[in-house]
Design a binder for this molecule. Structure first.
Ligand SMILES: Cc1cc2nc3c(=O)[nH]c(=O)nc-3n(C[C@H](O)[C@H](O)[C@H](O)COP(=O)(O)OP(=O)(O)OC[C@H]3O[C@@H](n4cnc5c(N)ncnc54)[C@H](O)[C@@H]3O)c2cc1C
Length: 229
């Protein structure tokens, strides 16, 4: 499927969103991801394809990819992505992912680490659009106050009682005390974790230690950032 870049947006000092128009209508569920192929000269050993969560909600129609860039040590793929100009085309394929709401519980806890917020933007905007009767608490761990999608998230939380957001900035990290403090009904919630692999592993271990059942936990991890928390 061919996608045409229509807009590039700076989200934080090192994160950008890329909005693409699809040649064919793509029907995705909030939280799913898609693979992108960007052929470029001298690709490094990581190659020319990557999966990215779709950070836009289906009602927004266009497909948004949001990513973080390491301008010194980053991959050749990210350099090629960053160099795309409006009107350039990329190939997208293999829409997939189970990181989606399945309505088993109406209290949801979202745990995001850094750029791991991408599927949650799609999910939260979709919940607002469909006026679903859910209660959501988002814990969003980040290095500093330079937070991806902060304006969108704050607007959602200000407009809706069903959403509470806690930004947890380093040196603080999301931990069991913070969850216990803010979630009254820990054992009647469904937990979504998204972020770099290490962060997802730490969060899952923490939830299991708190006796949250593994059937109530779902994860989406971003392997390329596994060297970072
Ligand atoms: C389901 C799923 C959804 C995802 N969604 C997103 C998303 O929404 N946003 C997102 O940003 N990512 C997402 N990812 C991860 C994404 O696919 C990439 O793996 C990630 O962005 C890292 O990209 P990169 O490998 O190009 O490395 P870069 O981002 O360029 O670099 C990351 C770090 O890896 C190191 N590095 C870079 N290149 C090399 C190299 N050639 N050899 C050794 N080390 C190197 C550097 O230290 C660098 O700091 C998702 C992954 C999955 C599986």
């Amino acid at each position: 499927m061919k996608l045409t870049l229509i807009k590039k947006i700076k989200e934080s000092k090192d994160s950008f969103s890329f909005i693409f128009k699809s040649e064919k209508e793509l029907l995705w569920k909030p939280g799913q991801c898609i693979f992108y192929k960007i052929p470029h000269e001298n690709p490094d050993d990581r190659g020319t394809t990557r999966p990215f969560s779709i950070s836009s909600a289906p009602f927004e129609k266009n497909i948004m990819l949001t990513s973080k860039f390491d301008f010194e040590k980053g991959s050749s793929f990210k350099r090629a992505l960053f160099a795309l100009k409006e009107g350039d085309m990329v190939e997208a394929f293999d829409l997939r992912g189970n990181f989606v709401i399945k309505n088993s519980k109406n209290k949801l806890v979202f745990l995001a680490g850094g750029v791991g917020i991408t599927p949650f933007r799609s999910i939260l905007l979709d919940l607002e659009y469909k006026r679903k009767d859910l209660e959501v608490t988002l814990f969003y761990g980040n290095k500093d106050n330079d937070i991806i999608f902060k304006d969108t998230l704050d607007k959602l939380a200000n407009n809706h009682d069903w959403l509470n957001i806690h930004y947890i900035l380093e040196p603080q990290f999301i931990d069991s005390d913070i969850l216990r403090k803010h979630i009254k009904d820990l054992y009647n919630c469904f937990y979504f974790i998204s972020g770099p692999l290490k962060m997802v592993q730490i969060m899952k271990e923490m939830l299991l230690k708190m006796n949250i059942e593994s059937k109530n936990i779902i994860e989406d991890y971003f392997p390329g950032y596994s060297d970072k928390k």
